[in-house]
Ligand binder design. Structure first.
Ligand code: NI
Ligand code: MN
Length: 218
């Protein structure tokens, strides 16, 4: 199971057969490690309707035939663009050909009236990932420990989401085998040092810092 960071909140989860992309903001992201017209995708998880998360989702879905996965209002909006979409909602597992996805709470604006922002628990390749989306730290993140996660992908940028200190608290209560920081350095307000975040997590969680384009095998 290969996890590749493509920049900002965009990851490629690849089990050898299926590519699951998250929040593919590539065009307009100077730090992106892939181009929208070359990235592979079978499913695209979209956490909310802010531009740095929907990004190239529709264009990639149109080119690849990938299916968008998100909360009903979000995925439905994208489905109106002639791409296939799975309309879920918070708390329910969605079975998919590679495994399953559960949409989970994210404390953040959705950017879309009537919609809730979300994060994802993604089961693929025998591994379990938590992609937090954009969120504040909240105490119920501790319940994610029950998921026995292999990896937690957490925003550390501050300003729009939790920053390094709160993300370190989140990493501790979530208790994933590895924590991968995301959503930093893309814009000036979210400039952060991932090594400083890793230092904050020392003794409580193992941090794997991926530069855009880097992968880790899990
Ligand atoms: Ni946002
Ligand atoms: Mn964002």
């Amino acid at each position: 199971m290969k996890l590749t960071f493509l920049g900002h909140a965009c990851f490629d989860l690849f089990d050898g057969k299926y590519h699951v992309l998250t929040d593919p903001f590539l065009t307009g992201n100077a730090l992106a490690a892939a181009k929208a017209d070359e990235v592979a995708a079978d499913f695209i998880c979209v956490s909310h309707n802010h531009g740095d998360h929907i990004g190239d989702a529709i264009a990639i879905a149109k080119r690849t035939g990938a299916t968008i996965v998100g909360v009903a209002e979000q995925a439905g909006l994208m489905g109106e663009n002639g791409v296939s979409a799975v309309l879920g909602n918070l708390g329910g597992w969605i079975p998919l050909p590679f495994g399953r996805v559960k949409l989970v709470q994210a404390i953040h604006g959705s950017g879309l009236p009537g919609a809730l922002a979300c994060g994802f628990v993604i089961e693929i390749g025998g591994k379990k990932f938590y992609h937090a989306g954009d969120t504040a730290f909240y105490s119920d993140m501790a319940l994610l420990a029950d998921e026995k996660l292999d990896a937690a992908l957490l925003p550390i940028g501050d300003f729009y989401t939790m920053g390094p200190a709160d993300a370190a608290r989140a990493a501790k209560v979530i208790g994933a085998k590895v924590t991968v920081p995301m959503h930093y350095n893309t814009f000036p307000p979210i400039k952060q040092d991932p090594a400083a975040f890793a230092a904050l997590c020392e003794g409580s969680s193992k941090v794997v810092v991926l530069a855009p384009g880097e992968s880790v095998e899990l």
